[in-house]
Design a protein around this ligand. Structure first.
Ligand code: IPE
Ligand code: IPE
Ligand code: MG
Length: 260
């Protein structure tokens, strides 16, 4: 018996356009997204880059809502990388203020919808106001469990891996960990992403086909979905299309395909 959930697919106009059946067995447990192309979206419209970031937050909201509806349990969004600090000061400042404002406006909704907010990355790098807001929202949503929404903020995967290495070496020097105990499981448990499974699906928008220092260890067997769409235009419908594509992929994890 097919356990497919009939799922009304809505267009950007909010109306039901056509019905797509997303089989609940093929819904990824964890989706990670590199939300790229905000600047180019704005430039194409002769707008300031920051307007692209503003619209990007609306896209993020729509994608989170869709993730919740289809039953994804973990959604990880690459919001700001450690390397993004190299951008012009005014862009960074505007971005940080926008993140803080967006979180404060949406905090209650996160609480009500059962979304748990967590972050990965160097939170202490962030402006004090944003840190305070994150502390508040994470605390208020900590007992939620419908969807774990992870924001990668001042995140870099190489740094995360190095931090794990340092922690393990420290424990080894103190005699708390034996060299022979160091395996993939132990290593993973020292990464900032230890609380969630590895991503099943990783989406990158804007046509770039690279990881840009995102989830390098975790994405060893992740399925990739690249699209030319700039992030502000990546809405519910295309997210559902990405999920539909994922559902058709055959994952083998190094094994031989199982024949029906
Ligand atoms: C992604 O969009 C958002 C952040 C990295 C903060 P970009 O700002 O990188 O947009 P493009 O790639 O310049 O178009
Ligand atoms: C990756 O995008 C980081 C985020 C989306 C937050 P970038 O725009 O910073 O990546 P590159 O510079 O194109 O590799
Ligand atoms: Mg970019």
């Amino acid at each position: 018996m097919n356990s497919a959930r009939g799922y009304e697919q809505q267009g950007n106009n909010g109306g039901a356009t056509h019905c797509s059946l997303l089989d609940s067995r093929n819904i990824p447990e964890h989706v990670a997204i590199i939300m790229d192309g905000n600047g180019r979206w704005a430039e194409k419209r002769n707008l300031a880059r920051i307007e692209g970031h503003r619209e990007g937050l609306n896209a993020a909201k729509e994608v989170v809502q869709t993730a919740l509806e289809v039953g994804i349990h973990y959604l990880t969004l690459y919001v700001f990388s450690v390397d993004n600090w190299k951008r012009p000061y005014y862009e960074i400042k505007a971005l940080m203020e926008m993140f803080e404002d967006f979180l404060s406006k949406n905090e209650e909704e996160l609480v009500e919808k059962g979304i748990k907010l967590v972050t990965i990355g160097r939170r202490t790098d962030l402006p004090k106001g944003l840190q305070k807001q994150l502390l508040s929202t994470c605390k208020k949503t900590e007992s939620n469990f419908k969807l774990v929404l992870t924001l990668a903020l001042s995140y870099g995967s190489r740094l995360d891996i190095l931090d794990a290495v340092k922690e393990i070496v420290k424990k080894a020097l103190l005699g708390q960990v034996k060299i022979s105990d160091i395996n993939e499981e132990l290593f993973k448990s020292h990464l900032s992403t230890s609380f969630c499974p590895d991503p099943d699906l990783l989406i990158r928008t804007s046509g770039e086909m690279r990881l840009s220092n995102f989830l390098l260890w975790e994405s060893s067997y992740t399925e990739f979905y690249f699209t030319n769409t700039y992030w502000p235009d990546f809405r519910r419908q295309e997210f559902l299309e990405a999920l539909g594509t994922f559902a058709k992929r055959q994952r083998r994890f190094g094994q031989v395909a199982v024949k029906n």
